[in-house]
Design a protein around this ligand. Structure first.
Ligand code: ADP
Ligand code: MG
Length: 642
């Protein structure tokens, strides 16, 4: 143990010098060149600019120059613009509550001037010439430029070398600055933007419509792999695009959220969006999206964070619900219209196909056989162990059900799934895995009426090969069956509560005060999940029942997780989601395993079930369940002209 320093006489309390106050305050607003760019572009937009140019030198540390054609600042007010807490944008608390401008604190220019050399050159429409103010000397001088404002920021952090050391390479700082402009550019397609670095034009977006701007900023790839998202209710409008599962990314770097035109980060909305992907995206993958939320400014507090990157909503749970629904709807529709065109065009779907099946199965031509292999490479078949009772299959997302299999054998798990479906266990169930329900008569179905065609064979113990009007269909049988089962479980389970299994000995679980409050408020929701709680002293509860479907889950962990969910969302959604997770786990276990030999009728049964199942294109983890290889692609492989 190190000795504490000897107590010394207390230092006197003193007021900090103004300059130091400004520098400390600046630390909250100006973190790096990109923060300066964001603040200056905010100001240009607030001034009604239609063209904004951003120029960077040395990654922005040497110089950031932002030029706009907005309304300008009258010469006599230039010094005021640099003062802390001086703003033209609000004048009262009432105005703050309705604020529609990007800025309102009157802090940015003062903060930047505290940590860099800053000059402000501006001209209003009425002025005979522009005026330039040097922040350091306070000197005003006539200058030449048209209407608008130029802010030059040089030698960022020159007076605070410690902060300058935190800057990354020029290229990284430029990338961040460019990202700051992209965020603005997405929100304001009516404004033209150009970004230069070291005299080179990095990006330019001309004023145009929103769709064109989104395609330019986010890339055609995202646009082609996303669907429009739309919602309107009294006092709330949502619009944007929800990326399809196949557009998901390893990092959360294509998630753009705007509230009344301001780019923000928000956990509640991010959670709502993520939960819309629960069924189709593996936990590690990050959805891509662009979402604009428009609501009454009085219903959102933008004044909760130094850089205004966070906001607080008055009615979070209603918003959560609206966002989740809108995203789910965007994702649930027909995918055919939005799939990227294949290099080799697929034959047009025959008009004779049942419309519903066409809609459900977005007919997606595979790009090439190589792509096909790559698509499945992420999930090598070897991962699925042969399913026999002695060696139960493992599944990363299905620990709880794997335990069921260990204890009770696979046939019981199948029976459990069947019970959940509200049906008896399929008669042909065997210990080697679940059975596919009896196929409807398939022999007579003409090829051009079955989108997924007729089964031909099984390949590598993993794929079902079929022939349809376009050519070859390849199905990942486990993924496809898992999906079919999951959708069926969800449908038949409806909104019923999960079965509870009373505990012989109640389990005491210590909870935080926040958890206790949630537990008290959400008793009914917890009961619907199979969790019966009674208070136990001031800081814990007694758990008296557990969901019978999860006999081996760690009950305390489960409770903490459920309470965390319930605290975030309104209860009905949390219940729904928790149940979906359970069903997904069960479906995975109930689905046919690799290396199980299927008969042709079984394969055809699977194909027909897929056609009848919503969202059958993807397994629960967002991987594709089937792919099309067209005759033309096969011809191309063999260099066979037709
Ligand atoms: P805020 O934006 O919060 O008002 P700033 O420090 O960013 O605070 O700007 C202070 C004031 O300077 C603004 O309220 C505005 O009147 C004026 N101003 C700053 N930049 C511009 C600009 N590009 N065009 C016109 N006026 C500007
Ligand atoms: Mg500002």
């Amino acid at each position: 143990m190190s000795a504490l320093p000897a107590p010394t006489a207390p230092r006197p309390i003193r007021e900090l010098p103004d300059e130091l106050v400004s520098q400390i305050a600046a630390g909250e607003v100006v973190e790096r060149p990109a923060s300066v760019v964001r603040e200056l572009v905010d100001n240009a937009l607030d001034a009604g600019a239609t063209q904004i140019q951003v120029r960077l030198l040395g990654g922005g540390a040497r110089a950031i120059v932002v030029e706009d054609d907005g309304g300008g600042i009258p010469a006599d007010q230039l010094p005021l613009a640099l003062k802390r807490h001086a703003t033209s944008k609000i004048g009262s608390l009432a105005e703050l509550e309705q604020v529609a401008t990007m800025g309102f604190r009157g802090e940015a220019l003062a903060a930047i001037a505290a940590v860099a050399e800053l000059t402000l050159t501006s001209r209003c429409a009425a002025a005979a010439h522009a005026t330039r103010l040097d922040a350091r000397t306070g000197e005003l001088a006539p200058a030449a430029r048209g209407r608008g404002t130029t802010v030059e920021v040089r030698e960022l952090f020159f007076a605070t070398p410690a902060r300058r050391k935190f800057l990354k390479s020029d290229a990284t700082e430029v990338a961040h600055a460019l990202e700051a402009v992209r965020r603005h550019a997405l929100a304001r397609p009516d404004v033209g933007f150009a970004v230069w670095s070291e005299g080179r034009l990095l990006a330019q977006w001309r004023a145009g419509d929103a769709q064109q701007r989104q395609r330019e900023v986010l890339g055609a790839d995202f646009i082609d792999r996303s669907r429009p998202l739309e919602h309107r209710s009294p006092g709330l409008a949502l619009h944007g695009r929800a990326g399809l599962p196949e557009a998901a990314r390893a990092r959360a770097d294509l998630q753009y959220l705007y509230v009344n035109g301001r780019h923000v980060r928000d956990r509640l909305v991010a959670h709502a969006l993520r939960s819309a992907y629960d069924d189709v995206l593996h936990g590690q993958r990050q959805p891509a999206y662009l979402l604009f939320i428009e609501l009454d400014p009085a219903r959102v507090d933008v004044n909760v964070h130094p850089t205004k990157i966070e906001v607080r909503f008055r009615d979070g749970s209603a918003l959560h619900q609206a966002v989740r629904r809108a995203a789910e709807q965007a994702l649930a529709g027909s995918r055919a219209a939005v799939l990227p065109a294949a290099p080799i065009a697929a034959a047009a779907p025959s008009a004779g196909w049942p419309a519903a099946a066409q809609g459900r199965l977005g007919l997606q031509p595979a790009r090439s056989l190589q792509t096909l292999q790559a698509l499945w490479a992420a999930e090598p078949p070897a991962r699925w162990a042969p399913a026999d009772a002695a060696q139960p299959p493992s599944h990363a997302a299905g620990d709880a059900v794997v335990a069921v299999a260990t204890n009770a054998g696979t046939a019981d798990a199948t029976a459990a799934v069947a019970t959940l479906c509200g049906t008896a266990a399929p008669p042909a169930a065997t210990a080697s895995g679940a059975t596919l329900a009896a196929a409807p008569p398939t022999a007579s179905v003409p090829l051009d009426e079955a989108p997924l065609g007729q089964a031909l064979a099984q390949l590598g113990g993993v794929y079902v090969l079929a022939e349809n009007a376009q050519g070859l269909v390849i199905v990942d049988m486990h993924a496809a069956h898992e999906r079919v089962l999951y959708e069926r479980l969800k449908r038949s389970h409806g909104d019923a509560a999960l079965q509870a299994q009373p505990l012989l000995i109640p389990l005491a679980v210590a909870l935080t005060p926040a958890e206790l409050a949630t537990a008290a408020e959400q008793r009914d929701a917890l009961r619907a999940l199979g969790l019966e709680l009674t208070p136990l002293g001031a800081a814990s509860v007694a758990v008296r029942s557990r969901p019978s479907a999860l006999p081996d889950a760690d009950l305390a962990e489960l409770l903490h997780a459920v309470l965390a969910e319930l605290a975030q969302t309104d209860s009905s959604q949390a219940v729904q989601r928790a149940r979906d997770d359970l069903l997904a786990t069960m479906a995975c276990h109930g689905a046919v395993r690799a290396n199980r030999r299927l008969t042709l009728p079984e394969m055809n049964a699977l194909l027909r079930q897929m056609e009848a199942t919503e969202r059958a294109d993807q397994c629960n983890h967002g991987r594709p369940t089937w792919r099309q290889v067209t005759i033309r692609e096969l011809d191309a492989l063999f260099q066979r002209g037709r």
